[in-house]
Write a protein that binds this ligand. Structure first.
Ligand code: SAH
Ligand code: SF4
Length: 364
């Protein structure tokens, strides 16, 4: 609301309707505007040709259609693109698009920085500045669609087919904004990316896992990374609050899991820390009974970090053990390493203020 106008991007449909009605317009106008925002990708009211010409400046007076500003675009040698986005208050976040032959995933950030401080993650070295708003979260999606030229949303084949909530921040510590943003993304008359093509990654905010399942029903990926609490305490410190046993119990209850729709366990391969054959066997034992698959992530280094990536042969051997027990365990090819766009390499130079307690939505 910087200049007193309301940004329409990020408002749930009911709120958008209320806003439009508040300026004396009929409710169907909200539907038209919705279509322009999320199906056609309009960035101003003037281009909304189905709305009477004289009406458009009146909308302009009261509302804006604002995406975050692109401060920098980097393209890696493998085609991965990273955008550094500047938010209205000057804070910055990163968003990454990872193209593949016939599809592509956008890696979306949920917070500026992160309150957690996983010892192998670069984002974790940046203090949480604040949660992103729903508008800033869906704004990342709109920017990617703009850049790829993939409007309208509901027509044509697309390269941008999937969303992973795996950028900066812990999405389940900002559920109040992530949830409405993902609902906008999933709306079949808008961005129209279905919940089956959305994966939310959490470090293990156990009390929020049932809500993510019940209210969004997206795919869940859990950053497990270790099979023993003493090791996971060091790697993923949230483990001290919700240890492996509690985390896996919540995973077991996640709705809609079956053999064709499995929970992903992410496992970063750290040399000499969590990558032994015994670790792999223990992993199999731990997830028994959960329709699961694994994602082995070769550790991506960053300046100042103490860890090293496991040797390729070690990663192969680890995967073979998981495969041998019937689990899919692809090794994630690092993408965009040369532009620091790979997993765990994101960080922005935003003000590193301490988070004020009320800016952070901590779980009950
Ligand atoms: N905060 C959420 C989602 C973002 S991170 C979470 O932690 O799940 C996406 C994945 O990358 C997580 O599994 C995270 O643990 C992993 N990751 C973080 N730093 C990494 C690094 N340096 N190399 C490889 N993977 C990393
Ligand atoms: Fe935060 Fe996830 Fe990085 Fe941990 S791995 S510090 S939860 S972004």
């Amino acid at each position: 609301m910087s200049d007193g106008r309301t940004n329409l991007i990020g408002l749930p449909f009911a709120e958008l309707t209320r806003e439009i009605e508040s300026v004396g317009e009929p409710a169907y106008r909200a539907r038209q505007i919705w279509h322009w925002l999320y199906d056609r990708g309009a960035t101003d009211f003037e281009s909304m040709t189905s709305i009477a010409k004289k009406m458009r400046p009146r909308l302009e007076e009261r509302f804006t259609i604002k995406r975050p500003e692109i401060a920098e675009t980097l393209v890696a040698s493998d085609g991965t693109r990273k955008w550094l986005l500047r938010l209205e208050d000057g804070n910055e976040v990163e968003t990454v698009f990872i193209p593949e032959a016939d599809r592509g995933a956008l890696c979306v950030s949920s917070q500026v920085g992160c309150t957690l401080s996983c010892s192998f993650c670069r984002t974790g070295t940046q203090k949480l500045v604040r949660n992103l708003t729903a508008g800033e979260i869906i704004g990342q999606v709109l920017i990617a669609r703009d850049a790829l030229g993939e409007w309208p949303s509901t027509e044509g084949r697309k390269l941008f087919t999937n969303i992973v909530m795996m950028g900066m921040g812990e999405p389940l510590y900002n559920f109040e904004n992530v949830a409405p943003a993902l609902r906008l993304v999933m709306s079949p008359e808008g961005i129209a990316i279905s919940r089956r093509r959305i994966t939310l990654s959490t470090s293990g905010v156990v009390p929020m896992i049932p809500r993510a399942g019940a209210e969004l029903g997206v795919n869940l990926a859990v950053s497990l990374h270790a099979v023993r609490d003493d090791i996971r305490d060091k790697l993923v410190p949230i483990n001290r609050k919700w240890p492996i046993k509690e985390l896996l119990a919540a995973c077991r209850e996640y709705p809609g899991l079956h053999n064709a729709r499995r929970m992903t366990f992410e496992y970063v391969m750290l040399k000499g820390i969590n990558d032994s054959a015994a670790d792999a066997h223990e992993l199999v034992r731990l997830v028994e009974g959960i329709p699961a698959k694994f994602n082995l992530i070769p550790f991506n280094p960053w300046p100042g970090v103490v860890y090293e990536c496991s040797a390729p042969a070690t990663i192969e051997a680890f995967a073979t053990i998981l495969n041998g027990s019937g689990y899919s365990a692809p090794v994630r090819t690092p993408r965009g390493r040369d532009i620091m766009a790979a997993c765990g390499q994101l960080r922005s130079e935003s003000l590193r203020r301490r988070a004020s307690a009320e800016a952070v939505s901590a779980p009950a």
